[in-house]
Design a protein around this ligand. Structure first.
Ligand code: ZN
Length: 366
């Protein structure tokens, strides 16, 4: 039997009114969304603290707003909310290099939604349904022609904005952040200046191939403790904005938009996966470099952050456990090895890194 854990979860959002794509012209279509990405750099310096506290950070752009969220366990959100709000309300300009790389990432994101018909239907029409049409993503041309000077000018709008809304803390569920969506939709729209309501250039289907790169560790791990260590290692490498893979592949080079590392158990054996969406061959080289020189890319400091995050994640996981029969079953069968996390040392991580097999890289072209 599993008892319901009643740790409260919450979420706080900040919406920049007048920040969305309705304020764009045909020439600047999609630049609000790019601004959203750039604004998120303002909390670079608190990334580690956010991750340590197991706080999920995200942002989105609609026709009317740019919204930034944080969510997680109540008291941990409370601990970080002021610092986060300070950075969001006064975003610092990024360097020209960061600007150019973020542009590349946004173009990858655009290509991803445009290229894949399933993504177009699911992501744009369902998950992003409050965005209406897919106009917030803009066009390749308008994003390409948006310069650094224009960015600096546009950034002024976001510094100490006089029209913004803090939503929350609201009840948050991992399943669906419906309260936030409702709150955002119920905003009074009368203060929004609609610069262009004559119909944005729609993003139409283009023949952009998607190349998905998947790495899996062929050496399955059957020992619980090593499995827990491998899970931490995968998260150290690929999860969080300060992880080496995110840094090297997305941030410094703009090579892909989605980067995800997972550790899965199958019948008491464990495998690690790292997946990149729309990855060029260059991304594979970077990933190979990191995976074959793991000690060079991980630090004890990063280990401490990710281990703490893993413990918070378990805390969160336990909240939903009773709701999820499948998870419960898995735990009954001993397929979840989280209990070992607490005792794992950095030395064990380095040991497990040696067992990673670099031979299994797959490219899927759609
Ligand atoms: Zn985006």
């Amino acid at each position: 039997m599993y008892k319901k854990n009643s740790i409260p979860m919450s979420s706080v959002s900040f919406a920049y009114l007048k920040g969305g794509s309705l304020t764009e012209t045909n020439e600047t279509a999609g630049t609000s969304h790019l601004m959203e990405h750039l604004i998120c750099h303002s909390f670079d310096k608190i990334r580690d603290d956010l991750q340590k506290n197991g706080i999920t950070v995200n942002a989105g752009t609609s026709e009317e707003y740019i919204v930034c969220h944080i969510s997680g366990i109540d008291h941990r959100v409370g601990r970080m909310v002021d610092q986060w709000a300070d950075t969001i309300l006064n975003p610092n300009p990024v360097s020209q290099e960061v600007f150019e790389n973020e542009k590349k990432t946004v173009l990858k994101e655009l290509a991803m939604y445009v290229a894949d018909p399933v993504s177009r239907v699911l992501r744009i029409n369902s998950v992003r349904r409050h965005y209406g049409i897919d106009s917030p993503l803009g066009t390749v041309e308008s994003i390409n022609s948006f310069g650094y000077e224009q960015y600096l000018e546009k950034l002024e709008m976001f510094r100490s904005p006089d029209e913004g809304l803090i939503i929350g803390p609201t009840y948050y569920s991992d399943k669906l952040d419906i309260n936030n969506i409702d709150a955002i939709q119920s905003f009074d729209r009368k203060n929004i200046t609609v610069v262009n309501d004559s119909g944005m250039p729609m993003v139409t289907g283009q023949d952009t191939p998607q190349k998905v790169l998947l790495w899996t560790n062929k050496n399955m791990i059957s020992d619980n403790r090593r499995s827990a260590a491998a899970k931490i290692l995968i998260n150290m490498l690929s999860s969080g904005l300060n992880s080496p893979m995110y840094q090297e592949i997305r941030e410094k080079r703009g090579l892909c938009y989605v980067l995800q590392g997972v550790q899965r158990s199958y019948y008491q054996r464990n495998a690690a996966f790292i997946i990149l969406s729309d990855a060029p061959d260059e991304a594979k080289k970077v990933m190979e470099e990191i995976l074959s020189n793991i000690p060079k890319y991980i630090t004890k400091e990063r280990f401490d952050i990710v281990k703490e995050m893993s413990i918070v994640e378990e805390e969160k996981h336990n909240i939903y456990l009773y709701e999820n029969l499948f998870d419960e079953l898995r735990r009954d069968l001993g397929f979840v090895y989280d209990a070992e996390t607490e005792g794992i040392t950095f030395e064990e991580i380095l040991e497990v890194a040696k067992s990673f097999d670099l031979s299994e890289f797959f490219f899927y072209q759609e």
